[in-house]
Design a protein around this ligand. Structure first.
Ligand SMILES: N[C@@H](CCC(=O)N[C@@H](CS)C(=O)NCC(=O)O)C(=O)O
Length: 212
Protein backbone atom coordinates (compact mmCIF):
# COMPACT_ATOMS: atom_id res chain seq x y z
CA UNK A 1 0.00 0.00 0.00
CA UNK A 2 1.28 3.48 -0.89
CA UNK A 3 2.47 5.69 2.00
CA UNK A 4 -0.20 8.23 2.98
CA UNK A 5 0.12 11.49 1.06
CA UNK A 6 -1.38 14.66 2.47
CA UNK A 7 -1.86 18.07 0.90
CA UNK A 8 -3.38 20.90 2.91
CA UNK A 9 -4.68 23.83 0.88
CA UNK A 10 -5.34 27.05 2.76
CA UNK A 11 -4.56 30.76 2.52
CA UNK A 12 -1.12 32.10 3.48
CA UNK A 13 -2.21 32.74 7.07
CA UNK A 14 -2.56 30.61 10.21
CA UNK A 15 -6.32 30.90 10.85
CA UNK A 16 -8.35 27.74 10.29
CA UNK A 17 -5.40 25.87 8.73
CA UNK A 18 -2.82 26.15 11.47
CA UNK A 19 -4.08 23.35 13.75
CA UNK A 20 -3.71 20.84 10.87
CA UNK A 21 -0.18 22.10 10.16
CA UNK A 22 0.75 21.89 13.84
CA UNK A 23 -0.63 18.35 14.23
CA UNK A 24 1.32 17.16 11.17
CA UNK A 25 4.46 18.75 12.68
CA UNK A 26 3.91 17.15 16.11
CA UNK A 27 3.31 13.79 14.41
CA UNK A 28 6.44 14.26 12.26
CA UNK A 29 4.25 13.58 9.22
CA UNK A 30 5.29 15.18 5.92
CA UNK A 31 2.57 17.01 4.03
CA UNK A 32 2.33 19.51 1.22
CA UNK A 33 1.50 22.94 2.65
CA UNK A 34 -0.16 24.67 -0.31
CA UNK A 35 -0.73 28.35 0.51
CA UNK A 36 -3.04 30.28 -1.80
CA UNK A 37 -2.28 33.94 -2.36
CA UNK A 38 -5.29 36.29 -2.53
CA UNK A 39 -4.93 36.94 -6.26
CA UNK A 40 -5.10 33.21 -7.10
CA UNK A 41 -8.19 32.49 -5.01
CA UNK A 42 -10.79 33.08 -7.75
CA UNK A 43 -9.19 30.32 -9.84
CA UNK A 44 -8.68 27.88 -6.96
CA UNK A 45 -12.18 28.41 -5.47
CA UNK A 46 -13.95 26.47 -8.24
CA UNK A 47 -11.66 23.46 -7.66
CA UNK A 48 -12.65 23.12 -3.97
CA UNK A 49 -15.52 20.86 -2.85
CA UNK A 50 -17.54 23.71 -1.25
CA UNK A 51 -15.94 26.96 -2.45
CA UNK A 52 -13.92 27.56 0.71
CA UNK A 53 -10.71 26.54 2.47
CA UNK A 54 -9.12 24.65 4.16
CA UNK A 55 -9.23 21.44 2.11
CA UNK A 56 -7.18 18.35 2.93
CA UNK A 57 -6.32 15.94 0.13
CA UNK A 58 -5.60 12.40 1.29
CA UNK A 59 -5.02 9.18 -0.61
CA UNK A 60 -8.66 8.36 0.30
CA UNK A 61 -10.11 11.60 -1.13
CA UNK A 62 -10.60 15.31 -0.42
CA UNK A 63 -11.91 16.51 2.94
CA UNK A 64 -13.71 19.86 3.28
CA UNK A 65 -14.58 21.69 6.56
CA UNK A 66 -12.03 22.57 9.24
CA UNK A 67 -13.54 20.38 11.96
CA UNK A 68 -13.69 17.34 9.69
CA UNK A 69 -10.05 17.84 8.64
CA UNK A 70 -8.86 18.28 12.22
CA UNK A 71 -10.86 15.27 13.42
CA UNK A 72 -9.41 13.09 10.64
CA UNK A 73 -5.80 14.11 11.40
CA UNK A 74 -6.40 13.73 15.14
CA UNK A 75 -7.81 10.20 14.67
CA UNK A 76 -4.89 9.20 12.44
CA UNK A 77 -2.12 10.60 14.62
CA UNK A 78 -3.35 10.18 18.20
CA UNK A 79 -4.74 13.61 19.07
CA UNK A 80 -8.33 12.52 19.81
CA UNK A 81 -9.17 12.09 23.51
CA UNK A 82 -9.71 8.51 24.67
CA UNK A 83 -13.43 8.17 25.40
CA UNK A 84 -16.43 8.60 23.08
CA UNK A 85 -17.78 11.30 25.39
CA UNK A 86 -14.53 13.29 25.33
CA UNK A 87 -14.25 12.85 21.56
CA UNK A 88 -17.71 14.40 21.20
CA UNK A 89 -16.72 17.21 23.58
CA UNK A 90 -13.52 17.84 21.58
CA UNK A 91 -15.64 18.21 18.44
CA UNK A 92 -18.02 20.50 20.33
CA UNK A 93 -15.06 22.69 21.40
CA UNK A 94 -13.77 22.89 17.81
CA UNK A 95 -17.20 23.72 16.34
CA UNK A 96 -17.70 26.43 18.98
CA UNK A 97 -14.30 28.01 18.27
CA UNK A 98 -14.85 27.70 14.52
CA UNK A 99 -18.18 29.56 14.75
CA UNK A 100 -16.50 32.24 16.86
CA UNK A 101 -13.71 32.53 14.28
CA UNK A 102 -16.27 33.11 11.53
CA UNK A 103 -17.84 35.98 13.49
CA UNK A 104 -14.50 37.61 14.42
CA UNK A 105 -13.23 37.19 10.88
CA UNK A 106 -16.21 38.69 9.06
CA UNK A 107 -16.66 41.58 11.51
CA UNK A 108 -13.07 42.49 12.45
CA UNK A 109 -10.29 40.60 10.59
CA UNK A 110 -11.66 41.40 7.13
CA UNK A 111 -11.71 45.20 7.68
CA UNK A 112 -8.86 45.59 10.21
CA UNK A 113 -6.31 42.84 9.41
CA UNK A 114 -6.88 41.73 5.81
CA UNK A 115 -8.19 45.19 4.86
CA UNK A 116 -10.57 43.81 2.23
CA UNK A 117 -13.62 45.64 3.61
CA UNK A 118 -14.22 49.17 4.90
CA UNK A 119 -13.91 49.58 8.68
CA UNK A 120 -17.49 49.60 10.07
CA UNK A 121 -18.61 52.76 11.88
CA UNK A 122 -19.55 50.74 14.94
CA UNK A 123 -16.18 48.94 15.13
CA UNK A 124 -15.74 49.67 18.86
CA UNK A 125 -19.19 48.24 19.65
CA UNK A 126 -18.34 45.14 17.58
CA UNK A 127 -15.07 44.68 19.54
CA UNK A 128 -16.97 44.90 22.82
CA UNK A 129 -19.57 42.33 21.73
CA UNK A 130 -16.94 39.93 20.36
CA UNK A 131 -14.81 40.22 23.51
CA UNK A 132 -17.91 39.14 25.48
CA UNK A 133 -18.49 36.28 23.02
CA UNK A 134 -14.88 35.11 23.47
CA UNK A 135 -15.37 35.05 27.23
CA UNK A 136 -18.63 33.12 26.91
CA UNK A 137 -16.96 30.62 24.58
CA UNK A 138 -13.99 30.13 26.95
CA UNK A 139 -16.32 29.72 29.94
CA UNK A 140 -18.20 27.02 27.99
CA UNK A 141 -14.93 25.14 27.30
CA UNK A 142 -13.71 25.56 30.88
CA UNK A 143 -17.00 24.14 32.14
CA UNK A 144 -16.59 20.87 30.20
CA UNK A 145 -12.88 20.57 31.03
CA UNK A 146 -11.16 18.62 33.73
CA UNK A 147 -10.00 21.76 35.55
CA UNK A 148 -7.15 20.03 37.43
CA UNK A 149 -5.38 18.84 34.28
CA UNK A 150 -2.73 20.47 32.07
CA UNK A 151 -4.95 20.47 28.99
CA UNK A 152 -8.73 20.53 28.46
CA UNK A 153 -9.40 16.84 29.10
CA UNK A 154 -6.23 15.42 30.62
CA UNK A 155 -2.47 15.87 30.79
CA UNK A 156 -2.23 14.61 27.20
CA UNK A 157 -2.58 17.23 24.46
CA UNK A 158 -5.64 16.80 22.21
CA UNK A 159 -6.92 18.31 18.98
CA UNK A 160 -9.20 20.56 21.04
CA UNK A 161 -6.18 22.07 22.86
CA UNK A 162 -4.36 22.52 19.55
CA UNK A 163 -7.33 24.24 17.89
CA UNK A 164 -7.92 26.42 20.98
CA UNK A 165 -4.25 27.45 20.94
CA UNK A 166 -3.97 28.19 17.21
CA UNK A 167 -7.23 30.14 17.00
CA UNK A 168 -6.61 32.18 20.15
CA UNK A 169 -2.94 32.77 19.31
CA UNK A 170 -3.93 34.68 16.17
CA UNK A 171 -6.77 36.45 17.92
CA UNK A 172 -4.57 37.54 20.85
CA UNK A 173 -1.89 38.81 18.49
CA UNK A 174 -4.00 40.80 16.07
CA UNK A 175 -6.66 42.13 18.44
CA UNK A 176 -5.01 42.24 21.88
CA UNK A 177 -7.76 44.54 23.13
CA UNK A 178 -10.12 41.53 22.98
CA UNK A 179 -7.88 39.34 25.14
CA UNK A 180 -9.47 37.32 27.90
CA UNK A 181 -8.08 37.14 31.41
CA UNK A 182 -9.77 33.77 32.08
CA UNK A 183 -7.09 32.10 34.22
CA UNK A 184 -8.04 28.54 33.29
CA UNK A 185 -7.74 29.42 29.58
CA UNK A 186 -4.38 31.17 30.08
CA UNK A 187 -3.06 28.05 31.86
CA UNK A 188 -4.07 25.72 29.00
CA UNK A 189 -2.88 28.21 26.35
CA UNK A 190 0.55 28.45 28.00
CA UNK A 191 0.79 24.68 28.52
CA UNK A 192 0.34 24.22 24.76
CA UNK A 193 2.64 27.10 23.86
CA UNK A 194 5.48 25.96 26.14
CA UNK A 195 5.36 22.31 25.03
CA UNK A 196 8.90 21.81 23.62
CA UNK A 197 7.55 20.28 20.38
CA UNK A 198 5.20 23.24 19.87
CA UNK A 199 8.07 25.66 20.64
CA UNK A 200 10.18 23.93 18.00
CA UNK A 201 7.35 24.25 15.47
CA UNK A 202 6.81 27.94 16.27
CA UNK A 203 10.55 28.62 15.89
CA UNK A 204 10.68 27.18 12.37
CA UNK A 205 7.20 27.81 10.96
CA UNK A 206 6.70 29.85 7.83
CA UNK A 207 5.60 33.43 8.42
CA UNK A 208 2.89 34.83 6.20
CA UNK A 209 3.05 38.27 4.55
CA UNK A 210 0.35 39.46 6.99
CA UNK A 211 2.27 38.10 10.00
CA UNK A 212 -0.71 36.00 11.14
N1 LIG B 1 -17.31 26.11 7.62
C1 LIG B 1 -16.06 26.25 6.91
C2 LIG B 1 -15.79 27.72 6.68
C3 LIG B 1 -14.53 27.91 5.87
C4 LIG B 1 -14.28 29.36 5.51
O1 LIG B 1 -15.13 30.26 5.66
N2 LIG B 1 -13.07 29.58 4.99
C5 LIG B 1 -12.66 30.89 4.58
C6 LIG B 1 -11.21 31.12 5.01
S1 LIG B 1 -10.97 30.94 6.76
C7 LIG B 1 -12.72 30.99 3.06
O2 LIG B 1 -12.44 30.03 2.35
N3 LIG B 1 -13.04 32.19 2.55
C8 LIG B 1 -13.03 32.47 1.14
C9 LIG B 1 -14.38 32.38 0.50
O3 LIG B 1 -15.36 32.00 1.17
O4 LIG B 1 -14.47 32.72 -0.70
C10 LIG B 1 -14.92 25.60 7.68
O5 LIG B 1 -15.01 25.56 8.91
O6 LIG B 1 -13.94 25.12 7.09
Amino acid sequence: MAAPQYKLTYFDVRGRGEAARLMFALAKQDFEDQRIQGGDWATVKSTTPQGFLPVLETNEGKISQTTAINTYIAEKFGFMPDTAYEKAQAISVMLTLNDLTGRISSQLYMPLVYKVMPVPEDVEAKKKTLAEEINTCLAFIENLSNSGSKFIFSDKISVADIFLFTIMETQRQVLPELNSDNEWFLKVFNNVKTDPRVQEYIKHRKTSPLGV
